[in-house]
Design a protein around this ligand. Sequence first.
Ligand code: C2E
Ligand code: MG
Ligand code: MG
Ligand code: MG
Length: 283
Amino acid sequence: AAKRQGRNTWQWYRGEERRNVNEHVLLRYDIHSALRGNEFELYYQPIVDAASGEIRSVEALVRWHHPRHGLVSPGIFIPLAEQTGQIIPLGRWVLQQACQDLADLQARGERVFPVAVNISSLQFHRDGFLTEVQQMLDNTGLPPELLELEVTESILLQGAEHAIEMIRTLRGMRIAVSIDDFGTGFSSLSYLRDLPIHKIKLDRAFIRDILTDQRNAGLVQGIITMAHHMNLAVVAEGVESRAQQQDLIARHCDLLQGFYFARPMPLDNLLGLPDSLPAAPVA
Ligand code: C2E
Ligand code: MG
Ligand code: MG
Ligand code: MG
């Protein structure tokens, strides 16, 4: 039943996404009231060990239950929130909620995973961000080892020195940082030398064509090899098929995330998941 519900939700979501393109202007005025009205919810998507399928962490992905537009995609409202600065209160809410959700699971004696939270560049560079993170850990009691932050290369455009310093400090706080959408930004590779990050997440665009485009596959292989030589783990985003899974295992990719394993889901649905995905034995 949960699976069927998930699928319906997705179809609806995709439909809304298309319709909402014309309604950006209206949406941008709504985020503050949406925060007050509790219209946001965090969904969680498992990230699995490539070789064993064991769930290793979850990524928090925000959803907006809009009273008129239905479920609105973060692909639409996050860029708007970044333009208007509303990403600051929204990002704070996301971080707080993710810490709270995981701390609650832990308090209930449930299995817990490290949770990866997406952080916008604006939020990351703002004064007081680290203090805020520390306060949320303190308030919720979540151990720092259970929090990971996902940032994109764009944090470098807004101040490379500061970004490096921030990630060093976070590392000192025992909070892991990953580079999200790796390979899609405009920064030079040399930054990888200087950022004390733990993981890179290969953008879905690279995974989509991995079986059909030789040059793309070569690029993916090269990135994985480079990352391993740098002691970085690689996560492949957007794995949708067993064939992609097998290909990425053969290329020694460390971690996999995608609809093939599980879609983003409400917190409670995490409780019903088996230790390893996919649950059904593959032929
Ligand atoms: P992202 O951080 O790269 O997250 C991965 C996106 O890929 C998610 O989209 C996820 O649902 C989708 N995805 C995962 N597996 C597959 C797959 O196999 N196939 C396909 N087609 N898609 C897959 P989502 O949830 O719509 O989020 C889109 C983007 O919005 C995120 O990309 C992230 O950049 C941003 N975002 C989401 N939540 C937050 C948040 O709380 N804060 C910030 N700052 N950004 C967020
Ligand atoms: Mg992400
Ligand atoms: Mg990503
Ligand atoms: Mg992406």
